[in-house]
Ligand binder design. Structure first.
Ligand code: FAD
Length: 398
């Protein structure tokens, strides 16, 4: 594995740093650094800046608007963005459905949807999970029945992140109930404004509305909105999940979190002086830094494998397990570093436009919200137990 940067890489790193220093809006950066959910307006504004620079979809093929960056350059961008808390483009469009469209979609679908993802005209959400069909996704029941040149969709999706903002949803639907579960699923692209769709909020542990239920009642979807062949949706769905898990380790974000813990612990007092001088606290922080470094080198090893033309199998599952465990430990430590100011949690809405000063120093606004939200990190993107099953099957042959 060659991890050294050549001269071109160092120059590129400098270009990325300058771009971020001059182009990342302060309000967007501040929100992301606090670990709060993005606003639609702020996220779209930032994505349009990235797109103007040609950096919206680094992983797409150049012909569809991607970059020809080397693996090292992709690593540099992800790392630099993470270290200044620059949000990544919303994954549902650019990392999930985009690659499905350019890999399995027809020419009309590519021409119609890919530019709209790049310029953030469409905000996408993911309609996979249903009540009773999460880990056992193939058991999903939302039905699509052919009626002339349309499907008529009935059913319910759940845990649909940011559906309240979405213009489009990519949906797994059952088009044949008479065959093995995986063989009767199709992949539809549905306009969220179609009559018969209702979005209902679910408030999470952080008391914020990032999750939703989406109901479909006689929703008419043109047949041309189906990706690939009818009843072959499971193939496209699995392809998408592989992409979802690769980006979920969030190493650069965790490195920024380590820096935040240091900043806060350097300002917070404890009995013996500053928290950053407390041996117990420093030991916990060091343990996390070591684990994060091991994760980073593991990710780099996988990137190196990819750049040498090798294929990954269970590796994304390993990154997902370790990455999300570290994220959870880190936000726990962030809250711990705040001492008593970590406890009086108020959802972020409570801070907007109010006269009273929030409790504690400014840096106390955010960590508890993220700590609570990230309890879900070991569940979403396929729970960590399911990832361990994948590892035990593919690596250990159990
Ligand atoms: C914050 C958040 C955001 C999400 N966003 C989206 C989204 O945008 N779109 C979307 O479609 N879905 C989304 N999800 C849903 C997510 O994909 C599911 O929650 C996840 O796949 C688990 O499914 P489930 O909730 O039905 O739990 P279940 O499948 O019922 O699992 C319950 C528990 O049993 C364990 N378990 C289940 N089966 C096995 C097994 N075979 N072996 C060992 N343990 C097992 C699980 O690990 C878990 O601990 C989101 C979830 C969360 C929490």
């Amino acid at each position: 594995m060659d991890l050294s940067f050549n001269e071109d890489d160092v120059a590129f790193q400098q270009e990325v740093r300058e771009f971020l220093a001059t182009s990342l809006p302060q309000d967007v950066k501040e929100r992301a650094d606090r670990g709060l959910h993005p606003t639609k307006e702020g996220q779209v504004r930032w994505q349009k800046i990235l797109n103007e620079k040609g950096w919206m979809a680094p992983n797409w093929p150049v012909e569809y608007g991607g970059t020809d960056w080397t693996i090292t350059q992709k690593y540099i961008v992800a790392h630099e963005m993470g270290s200044v808390a620059a949000p990544q483009p919303m994954a549902f469009g650019v990392s999930m459905v985009g690659p499905v469209i350019y890999t399995f979609g027809n020419q009309e679908q590519k021409d119609k949807y890919l530019p709209r993802i790049l310029n953030s005209e469409d905000w996408w959400c993911q309609g996979y999970s249903e009540p009773g069909s999460g880990s056992d996704l193939a058991s999903l029941q939302t039905k699509a029945v052919r009626d002339g040149d349309h499907y008529v969709v009935n059913g319910q999706k759940i845990w649909t992140s940011y559906a309240q903002h979405a213009d489009m949803i990519f949906c797994l639907v059952r088009t044949d109930s008479s065959v093995k579960a995986q063989e009767g699923i199709s992949f539809l692209l549905i306009d969220m404004k179609t009559p018969g769709i209702t979005v209902k909020p679910i408030y999470g542990l952080d008391k914020e509305n990032s999750l939703n239920e989406v109901f479909f009642e006689d929703v008419r979807v043109p047949i041309e909105n189906r990706i690939g062949e009818e009843n072959k949706g499971w193939t496209y769905a699995k392809f998408l999940l592989g992409n979802e898990r690769t980006g979920i380790a969030r190493v650069a974000r965790s490195k920024r979190q380590i820096a935040r813990v240091r900043e806060i612990a350097g300002a917070e007092k404890c009995e013996e002086g500053y928290l950053l001088e407390d041996p117990d606290f420093v030991r916990k922080l060091a343990r996390l830094e070591v684990d994060l470094m091991a994760l980073e080198y593991t990710e780099l090893r996988y990137l190196s494998m990819l750049s040498n033309g090798k294929k990954l199998s269970a590796e994304p599952s390993l990154l997902k397990i370790k990455g999300t465990e570290i994220q959870q430990r880190l936000t726990s430590l962030l809250v711990e570093s705040l001492g008593m100011y970590g406890a009086p949690y108020e959802p972020e809405r409570a801070y907007e436009g109010r006269n009273e000063t929030p409790v504690g120093p400014d840096y106390a606004n955010g960590p508890m919200a993220e700590h609570l939200y990230l309890r879900a990190a070991t569940i979403y993107g396929g729970s960590n137990e399911i990832q361990r099953n994948i590892v035990s099957k593919m690596v250990l042959g159990l």
